[in-house]
Design a protein around this ligand. Structure first.
Ligand SMILES: [Zn+2]
Length: 324
C-alpha cells in the first residue's frame, strides 16, 4: 500500500447498527511497522468480505506519521507521541498531523495504538490509571480499558506512564539551573501526553500495544490478533469473544531515574523487564556513587545513550491494583 507524506490514509467502516466506535492506529512512530502490517491484513479481510463490521464503527489508520514512516525512523520532525494536542499555528510535521489526528480520535470511543520496541522482549500492553478525577489524567472508563487489555493477547500489562513521567519532569526541573533548562528534552508535565492519553482526555479509553521487537517476524501477527480480538470483544463482528487471560503479569511504572552526566554508566547492558533484587547495583554515576534498585522490581526502557539530564531508565514493580 502507498502512504503519501501529504495526507493521512484513513479507512472507515460504519455499520448500520449501533455499537462502539473503535479506531486502530499504526506507525505513530515511523520505524514501528508491525502495527501497519497487522492493520493491512485486517483491511484485506474486510476488502474480500471475509470479515464484516456488523455493529458500531471501525476506523483504521495504518500509518499515523507518514513522514516518519517514509524515512523509516521514529520521528518525522519530532516525536508525535508527546505533547499531542491541536495547535493553531502548526510549526512542524507532527503539529500538522495533530490537527487531523486529534479531532479524529475525539470521534471515537476506543483506541488501540500499535507500536513496537528496540530491544528484544515479549509484547506488552500499556493502560492508563484507575478511575480518578485528578488534574493530570482523569479517567472514567478504567474497567472497560482493563477488560480489553486482558483480551488483546499479551501476558504483560503496564500502568503508570504519565504520573511517573510527570514526577520525573518535576525532579528534573528542581535539579537543573534555569539557565540550563534548554538542555532538557521536556519540561512540561503534559509533555507525556500521546495518543492514548489524548484519547482518555476526550472521554474515551485507550491501550498502547507494544507488539514486540521492531523486526520480530511475530510482531505483525501480534498486532493482527489484537485487532481481531478487539473486534470480537467489542461485538463489532459476530465471533465468540476471547476469554480474559488469567496469567497476567501486571506491573506499575514507579519511578524514572535520570542520567545526570555523560559518564554515568550502566553496570551491564540492561533490557526492558530485566528483574532486579532490592539493592542490586544498576548503574554507576560519574562520581562513583551507585544507583541501586530501591526494591525488588524491573528495569524498564533503559537508554544507555540518554542525554545527560534526561530519562536513563524506569523502575517498575508488580501493581497492587486489581484488574481481573
Ligand atoms: Zn512507539
Amino acid at each position: 500500500m502507498h502512504y503519501s507524506t501529504a495526507n493521512l490514509r484513513i479507512h472507515k467502516f460504519s455499520s448500520l447498527q449501533p455499537g462502539p466506535r473503535l479506531i486502530v492506529t499504526g506507525a505513530v512512530h515511523g520505524s514501528e511497522t508491525s502495527g501497519t502490517r497487522g492493520i493491512e491484513k485486517v483491511l484485506a479481510e474486510l476488502d474480500s468480505g471475509e470479515l464484516t463490521i456488523l455493529r458500531g464503527s471501525l476506523t483504521l489508520l495504518p500509518v499515523a506519521n507518514p513522514l516518519a514512516y517514509s524515512k523509516g525512523e521514529r520521528n518525522g520532525d519530532r516525536n508525535l507521541n508527546r505533547n499531542l494536542q491541536p495547535c493553531e499555528q502548526p510549526l512542524d510535521n507532527e503539529d500538522r498531523i495533530a490537527n487531523v489526528l486529534c479531532p479524529l480520535l475525539a470521534q471515537h470511543d476506543v483506541l488501540v495504538d500499535l507500536h513496537s520496541f528496540r530491544a528484544q522482549g515479549e509484547p506488552f500492553a500499556m493502560i492508563g490509571p484507575a478511575n480518578n478525577a485528578d488534574d493530570l489524567e482523569p479517567v472514567r472508563h478504567a474497567e472497560l480499558e482493563q477488560a480489553l487489555a486482558l483480551r488483546l493477547g499479551p501476558r504483560r500489562i503496564v500502568e503508570g506512564w504519565l504520573s511517573t513521567y510527570a514526577v520525573g519532569v518535576q525532579q528534573r526541573l528542581a535539579r537543573t539551573k534555569p539557565t540550563e533548562r534548554s538542555e532538557l528534552l521536556s519540561t512540561h508535565p503534559s509533555y507525556g501526553v500521546g495518543t492514548t492519553e489524548y484519547m482518555r482526555k476526550t472521554g474515551g479509553y485507550a491501550i498502547t500495544l507494544e507488539c514486540g521487537q521492531h523486526a520480530d517476524p511475530d510482531a505483525p501477527g501480534v498486532a493482527y490478533r489484537a485487532i481481531r480480538n478487539t473486534l470480537a470483544h467489542l461485538g463489532l463482528v459476530d465471533e465468540t469473544p476471547p476469554p480474559a487471560r488469567t496469567d497476567i503479569e501486571f506491573l506499575r511504572l514507579a519511578e524514572v531515574i535520570d542520567r545526570h552526566h555523560p559518564d554515568d554508566q550502566f553496570t551491564r547492558s540492561w533490557s526492558s523487564y530485566d528483574r532486579v533484587a532490592q539493592g542490586d547495583v544498576i548503574g554507576l554515576r560519574h562520581d562513583g556513587s551507585e544507583v541501586r534498585a530501591p526494591r525488588e522490581g524491573y528495569i524498564v526502557f533503559p537508554d544507555a545513550n540518554a542525554k545527560a539530564g534526561n530519562e536513563w531508565f524506569y523502575f517498575a514493580h508488580p501493581s497492587t491494583r486489581t484488574i481481573t
